[in-house]
Design a protein around this ligand. Structure first.
Ligand SMILES: [Zn+2]
Length: 189
């Protein structure tokens, strides 16, 4: 096994590194990456891909300087909308600039869906908001809407979470005139 970061050449720490398709990424470099990269994304990306990703992340800092949100839909994740520039940011942190949260354009959106995942043992569910992107270094912005995992389907928590999902969706639809299919997936077995 390699024991140095393939990008910055620093020694790898014991924890927090990521394995890439053809190398290793140290935890300091991982911290600079987008929070929307999944485990699979790291494994599928080469060292060259990650160099490009980190360049993009550097440019994102400039995009954030120009980002002026006029509207936000708050939640476990808040979506900030800069409607004049047709851009949006999804972040858990109030201080998304310091966090270098990714700035996306409405034009980057390929598809938005709301889906449900069921726990096999208890039958309780989680609701997810999923924004699929095109022509962007990040493929997918997907997050759990409910604060705590596992909701009973007939609970008010579930109803409130579903209402929040549609509130997010309305954020994109209103004023911009974007229309998305509302997909409610559930596997009833
Ligand atoms: Zn590194």
């Amino acid at each position: 096994m390699e024991n140095k970061c393939s990008i910055c050449n620093e020694d790898l720490a014991r924890y927090g590194n990521r394995k890439l398709k053809d190398g290793m990424l140290c935890r300091n470099c991982v911290k600079l990456c987008s929070e929307w990269l999944s485990d699979e994304d790291y494994l599928n990306r080469s060292v060259e891909d990650m160099k490009k990703h980190l360049e993009y992340r550097q440019l994102n800092l400039d995009s954030l300087d120009d980002f002026k949100p006029e509207k936000e839909v708050t939640g476990k994740y808040t979506i900030y909308f800069d409607e004049k520039a047709s851009k949006f940011v999804v972040s858990k942190k109030k201080d998304f600039k310091k966090d270098n949260s990714d700035v996306f354009r409405y034009d980057d959106i390929k598809e938005i869906s709301i889906f449900e995942e069921q726990y096999m043992d208890t039958g309780s569910v989680d609701l997810y908001f999923d924004i699929k992107l095109k022509d962007h270094d990040i493929d997918n912005v997907c997050f759990r809407i409910n604060e705590f995992p596992g909701m009973e389907k007939d609970s008010t928590d579930y109803q409130n979470t579903l209402a929040k999902a549609y509130e997010y969706l309305d954020g994109f639809e209103k004023e911009k005139g974007l229309a998305f299919e509302k997909v409610e997936e559930s596997d009833n077995g």
